[in-house]
Design a protein around this ligand. Structure first.
Ligand code: GRF
Length: 218
């Protein structure tokens, strides 16, 4: 089966992007990262992608006079030029329109640094600490028009430890992000994921059960 052609959309340092690029270096990995798009020209992740030999493009919202439709047309054109099959949002800080999300439905993933549906939005680690959560983590989910919603494909948990500050908790969660995102993309690229009634089935098994079974997903 040909490897799926993946674009990673970033706005910043791109450590999740780097984890995906790293995973895809394995010839048996079912996807290849062929494009990195940033909406910010100064995103550090662009340099990392270039050093890895991955094509990069900048689609800067500001250059489109804050015309979101024009911005998304440019984004779509970049994805078309590179014949992209799957889009992975990785710290991409622009909200995409419902039309764009719908056009990529089932083919666009996002990683969120919290155990959705808890702590949607920003400052998840601070909010988890303030809430006194004892467990925190990260979620890979399909993108739907509502922000940080959409069928959950993979989650990874970490304990919240006494004495944690935001930075310590963020670092613990980030390590989990770097594991679950490549795993989730692998499952999608292998065609093992189906969405039924808004929930993910992996190999026909609800993701929630699949995650708890002993079956290794690799
Ligand atoms: C990650 O925590 C991701 O979950 C969130 O934004 C952060 C991006 O970090 N959506 P990086 O650019 O992948 O290092």
């Amino acid at each position: 089966m040909p490897r799926k052609r993946v674009a990673v959309l970033i706005s910043g340092r791109g450590s999740n992007m780097a984890a995906l690029i790293e995973a895809a270096k394995d010839k048996n990995y079912p996807a290849e990262i062929v494009l990195v798009v940033s909406n910010r020209p100064e995103a550090g992740g662009l340099l990392v992608a270039e050093a890895e030999g991955v094509a990069t493009e900048v689609v800067d919202y500001a250059e489109f006079g804050k015309d979101r439709a024009a911005f998304e047309r440019a984004l779509q054109a970049a994805l078309d030029r590179h014949r992209i099959d799957i889009v992975c949002l990785a710290g991409f800080m622009r909200i995409l329109s419902a039309d764009f999300a719908t056009a990529w439905r089932g083919r666009m993933l996002n990683i969120h640094p919290a155990l959705l549906p808890a702590f949607k939005g920003l400052d998840t680690h601070r909010r988890a600490l303030e809430a006194g959560a004892t467990t925190h983590g990260a979620t890979v989910h399909f993108v739907v028009p509502e922000m940080d919603s959409g069928p959950i494909l993979a989650q990874g948990t970490v304990p919240v430890l006494a004495g944690d500050d935001e930075a310590a908790l963020a670092a613990r969660v980030l390590a989990v992000e770097h594991r679950i995102y490549p795993l989730a993309l692998k499952l999608l690229a292998e065609g093992r994921v189906r969405v039924v009634d808004g929930r993910c089935l992996i190999d026909g098994v609800p993701a929630v059960l699949a995650a708890r079974s002993q079956r290794p997903f690799n």
